[in-house]
Design a protein around this ligand. Structure first.
Ligand SMILES: [Zn+2]
Length: 148
């Protein structure tokens, strides 16, 4: 999904959270996490294309899925289990719970939009497939080769 869609989705979810709870911490954490989880794309872009790229190139690489391997260290269903345990352990701290909500809705939308299966957003699944992009993201692989 593109940045603008994530901003729109994160704004909508966070507005609902604020309407329901009036918690600024919960709202802010959800909004921030729902957008900035995508910062992990920087690691993959730099790893594959080097650090000497423009912001325009960065978005072009991401939107056209120009990756041989993809790690996406922050995009993992596994983090949601850890986040849920951490939120529970902290008595549902609003910053942690909000971040968990933000990451969850972001990953659900990414999964629906970018992937043909739920496993694509599992860190373990990607690791077991040697982070090979074309194996993991078959739906995006079509975009990748159609845009060349
Ligand atoms: Zn994402």
């Amino acid at each position: 999904m593109t940045l603008s869609y994530h901003i729109a989705a994160s704004s909508s979810v966070s507005a609902l959270i604020y309407y329901a709870t009036r918690s600024l911490a919960l709202t802010a954490a959800s909004f921030i996490a729902g957008i900035f989880i995508d910062l992990d794309h920087i690691l993959d872009v730099v790893r594959e294309h080097g650090g000497n790229i423009t912001i325009k190139d960065f978005f072009k690489i991401c939107h056209n899925a120009r990756f041989d391997r993809i790690i996406l260290v922050c995009h993992g269903w596994e983090w949601l289990f850890i986040g849920t345990a951490l939120a529970w352990y902290t008595s549902w701290n609003h910053w942690i719970l909000g971040a968990l909500i933000g990451v969850t809705h972001h990953m659900v939308l990414d999964s629906i939009h970018n992937s043909s299966n739920l496993r694509s957003y599992s860190l373990i699944y990607r690791w077991r497939n040697n982070f090979h992009f074309d194996t993991i993201f078959t739906k995006l692989t079509k975009i990748k080769y159609n845009s060349q």
